[in-house]
Design a protein around this ligand. Structure first.
Ligand code: GDP
Length: 171
């Protein structure tokens, strides 16, 4: 059965987005970014699974936490032939942060395909969206060519386009 996964820094808006997309309410276990959580699977209309990867707090957690987190994800990624795509969430307001870049490099190293979802679009002024998007794209173009989906879980903007993309993987 196909799987698609969602990843992002703590507080990037992952649970809000999954709720908007799939009607799934995800309990936040901790707002402490260093807290290692488990990986949760949700069945989507018998068409596949969505996988909620624990928010990463890469840069400023202890070596021990980082190792635990990486092991948890590596265990998941090894032999995951049914994993179709990762949607990597990045806050649209800011340039990608160290943790985001680390995650991108890590996924690239493991040769796992991913797309970028830019969250909290409603918090970016309409007049600044194009510019912001271009800055993020040019920053990440060092690592590869990706599809970008600016979305707002609050207003629903961009959700249709993202849903459409997701449905290609869950048939
Ligand atoms: P998570 O830690 O990645 O699961 O993030 P949450 O979904 O819990 O969101 C973190 C905070 O950002 C909460 O206060 C949300 O209300 C807020 N938030 C999430 N998505 C959006 C959005 O699209 N627009 C706005 N304005 N706020 C959002």
């Amino acid at each position: 059965n196909a799987e698609i996964a969602f990843a992002g820094r703590s507080n990037v808006g992952k649970s809000s987005l999954l709720n908007k997309l799939f009607g799934i309410k995800i309990a936040k276990i901790s707002s402490n970014p260093g807290k290692t959580r488990s990986i949760n699977f949700y069945s989507v209309n018998n068409k596949g699974y969505l996988v909620d990867l624990p928010g990463y707090g890469f840069a400023n957690v202890s070596k021990e936490e980082k190792k635990k987190w990486a092991e948890l994800l590596e265990d998941y990624f090894v032999n995951r032939y049914s994993l179709q795509m990762i949607f990597l969430l990045i806050d649209h307001r800011h340039e990608p942060q160290k943790k985001d870049l680390e995650m991108i490099q890590w996924l690239r190293g493991l040769e796992i395909p991913f797309m970028i979802v830019l969250t909290k679009l409603d918090k970016v002024k309409k007049s600044e969206r194009q510019k912001k998007l271009r800055i993020i794209q040019s920053e990440l173009s060092k690592y590869g060519d990706y599809l970008y989906f600016p979305v707002s879980a609050k207003t629903g903007e961009g959700i249709g386009a993202l849903k459409n993309e997701i449905s290609k993987f869950l048939k």
